[in-house]
Design a protein around this ligand. Structure first.
Ligand SMILES: [Zn+2]
Length: 172
């Protein structure tokens, strides 16, 4: 899935652990693989050096620039979204590390393509194994829409859990 989706889900989990940033990081990291197992859409990666399936030597060309802009804005949007939705003064580190941990496996995938050593090798074998084969390719509206829907549901459930909307409804 795209980095923003990973970051916001990681931050949602982290919001339950405001004073445990390390656990938030670990759970965020773990959540990446759960989300990747769900059929989803991903944007294309242009540069052969960024694409983890190729791992070509880095060449500073248009394709690399495009990837830096697209992936960079995706990651930045994820961190911003995570902060806007969940940051509270006491849990800031948890939110940041939860979001960062949730995005981390994807850059590690690219790093592994250039440095194929342990422990990255085992991690990427697992990443590839758990990643769904079902990709939403042609329908960009369904692809983007389904990730927005997933984020909305996760954020909604988190807010419900935090603000006790459910408790209030049940008490009536
Ligand atoms: Zn992934």
């Amino acid at each position: 899935m795209i980095l923003s989706t990973h970051a916001i889900v990681g931050a949602a989990i982290a919001s339950f652990l405001p004073s445990h940033p390390t656990i938030a990081f670990v759970l965020g990291f773990g959540s990446h693989f759960v989300l990747d197992a769900i059929p989803h859409w991903d944007y294309a990666i242009s540069s052969a050096s960024v694409n983890p399936k190729i791992g070509a030597p880095v060449t500073f060309d248009r394709a690399l620039l495009r990837d830096v802009v697209v992936i960079g804005s995706d990651g930045l949007l994820g961190i911003l979204g995570a902060l806007l939705l969940f940051a509270s003064s006491d849990g800031l580190w948890s939110i940041l590390l939860g979001a960062f941990g949730a995005m981390l496996p994807d850059p590690l995938h690219t790093i592994h393509a250039h440095f194929p050593h342990e422990p990255l090798r085992s991690l990427q074998r697992f990443h590839r194994w758990i990643h769904t084969d079902k990709r939403i390719k042609n329908d960009i509206i369904l692809g983007v829409g389904s990730q927005i829907a997933l984020v909305a549901v996760m954020v909604g459930l988190t807010m419900v859990a935090h603000y006790g909307v459910l408790d209030q409804a049940l008490a009536k």
